[in-house]
Design a protein around this ligand. Structure first.
Ligand code: NDP
Length: 255
């Protein structure tokens, strides 16, 4: 098969969590641009419908499933409805996430739990529910969205729960990859650097020096510059990749 064809997601269906905004929205569009159909997940119903419209305008099929992934029942419901609507999931992009900036001594139990529940426990439950489906089918690809914050500690913001959750996502990726590889299911992660979204106030002057000027490329990126890595890991182009954490950070973690 010609190499460019291996990047195609034609005939595949991907569930993208947190696809209503930011990176997830770009990933949902990218899956469609690569020829795949999409299950658009989020909590914001009207934004999800907008994304559905964008995907249909690209000539692909889109379904919307809503739910707060910090609740186990909602995770099971989201996955059941996604499988029912599509007939089967080939790709899961675990993207939904949250961040709280607070020095360690000020973090409350509620804030800690909110970040860990959203970034780690929800991703674990989604992986378990969709992984069961993929293992049964004998194929599938899971792409977890980690972060360079799972590898280094960024300045000047204090994000103890976020950093811990993303480091755990990277290690969970490897654990699941090892367990499910024999069943034909690949699990990999993408670790983005600074990307302009609601979560990352990259234009605010107090972050410019540490986040932008100290980085190798001396800039941040828009979500569309991370999308190709997600499509790659979801596609047959990455058929021999399992348990990889692919860093997409403009060289930020070189220093
Ligand atoms: P945004 O804040 O822009 O978007 C977050 C998305 O996650 C939204 O679609 C939101 O849905 C969804 N979401 C949040 N909490 C829940 C929940 N409890 N249940 C269901 N959905 C939820 O963030 P980004 O696009 O910036 O981040 C996306 C991912 O990329 C995250 O995992 C983040 O940690 C990671 N990342 C981001 C970086 C950046 O610089 N932006 C860098 C490295 C990693 P809704 O709006 O519908 O509620």
């Amino acid at each position: 098969m010609p190499v460019l064809d291996t990047f195609s997601l034609a005939g595949r269906t991907a569930l993208v969590t947190g696809a209503t905004r930011g990176l997830g929205r770009a990933f949902a569009r990218a899956v469609a641009e690569a020829g795949g159909d999409v299950v658009v997940h989020g909590r914001d119903a009207s934004a999800a419908q907008e994304v559905k419209g964008e995907i249909e305008a690209l000539g692909r099929t889109a379904h919307v499933v809503l739910g707060d992934l910090t609740e186990r029942a909602a995770v099971e419901d989201v996955v059941a409805r996604a499988v029912e609507a599509t007939g089967g999931l080939d790709v899961l992009v675990n993207n939904a996430g949250a961040c709280i900036h607070r020095p360690a001594l000020e973090v409350t139990d509620e804030e800690w739990s909110h970040v860990i529940d959203t970034n780690l426990t929800a991703l674990w439950r989604m992986s378990q529910a969709v992984g069961a489906h993929m293992v049964e089918r004998g194929r599938g690809a899971i792409v977890n969205i980690g972060s360079i914050s799972g590898m280094i500690v960024n300045r000047p913001q204090m994000q103890p729960a976020y950093n811990a959750s993303k480091a755990a996502v990277h290690q969970l990726t490897k654990s699941l990859a090892a367990e499910w590889a024999p069943a034909g299911v690949r699990v990999n992660a993408v670790a983005p650097g600074y990307i302009k979204t609601d979560m990352s106030p990259v234009d605010e002057p107090q972050y410019r020096r540490q986040w932008i000027e100290d980085s190798a490329q001396q800039r941040y990126a828009m979500p569309e510059e991370v999308s190709p890595a997600v499509v790659f890991l979801a596609s047959d182009a990455a058929s021999f990749m399992s348990g990889t954490v692919l860093v997409v950070d403009g060289g930020y973690t070189l220093f």
